[in-house]
Write a protein that binds this ligand. Structure first.
Ligand code: URA
Length: 248
């Protein structure tokens, strides 16, 4: 079972539960089999007591030692990538390369992409090893805002802008979209901020007001803004402030 981290309203980690063998393997780089063996031989202590059950749960505040050496988990990773066109934000069966392939091989195994962008959508894609953090970005209940720069096929009028702001009916869906923020930049370009993540939502919202998206670029997630120094395909680690700006 993967480790689980719960957070308080301030975002502070309260509780980590992870199987002991998984904790030992992650902290030491031992294989799971070798970690289990060390545990069954009584070489691992939890809060100074030998623990021989590989499946027992380790809590955040507990001290785990292997042969008197305190074990700690390696830190989580948080990155932003300027996604170019033509890469997918999934790792499944797809003829196109995954955005993960743009990262050095050593970084890839632990990371997952936070949410999805279409093949032809560019811009801000977050990657992390921290499942709880990515949940806070993607959970519909938490309404983390995402901003897109949208280039349109046709000029957009004030009626359509107002419809987008109030909420529109997407094809084959009953429920209107949640209110959105819209800034008109040019007659064929808007910034649109939405707090939901429905399937192809931006393209379908613009279709619902009789227009068509010709280019879509994500510029912002919550307080995290795509770094203008990143060329398409480039990435960088998030700062502590960026990581902590995603609340819980
Ligand atoms: N909305 C879309 O239509 N496509 C994306 O890639 C993201 C949001």
């Amino acid at each position: 079972m993967p480790g689980r981290r719960r957070t308080s309203r301030t975002g502070r980690a309260l509780l980590l539960t992870m199987r002991l063998d998984q904790f030992v393997a992650k902290a030491t780089g031992l294989s799971r089999k070798d970690a289990k063996q060390a545990i069954s031989r009584g070489r691992v202590t939890v809060d100074d007591r030998p623990c021989r059950q590989a499946a027992s749960k380790v809590l955040e505040h507990q001290t785990v030692q292997l042969k008197d050496q305190r074990l700690t988990l390696p830190g989580q990773r948080y990155l932003m990538l300027n996604k170019p066109e033509g890469v997918v934000s999934s790792t499944g069966d797809d003829p196109h390369p995954s955005a993960l392939s743009l990262l050095p091989p050593a970084l890839r195994p632990e990371l997952h992409m936070v949410g999805r962008l279409d093949l032809d959508t560019t811009g801000l894609l977050l990657l992390t090893s921290d499942g709880q953090w990515s949940h806070r970005v993607t959970s519909p209940r938490l309404r983390c805002p995402k901003t897109y720069r949208v280039t349109l096929a046709d000029t957009i009028d004030s009626v359509a802008l107002e419809q987008l702001r109030r909420g529109v009916a997407l094809r084959n869906e009953q429920r209107l979209t949640a209110p959105a923020e819209v800034t008109l930049l040019t007659p064929r370009m808007i910034d649109l901020t939405i707090t939901e993540g429905r399937y192809h939502q931006v393209k379908r919202m613009l279709a619902a007001v009789g227009n068509r998206v010709v280019a879509l670029h994500r510029t912002r997630i919550g307080e995290i803004v795509l770094d203008p120094a990143l060329a398409p395909g480039e990435f960088r680690a998030l700062s502590d402030a960026e990581i902590h700006s995603i609340g819980g």
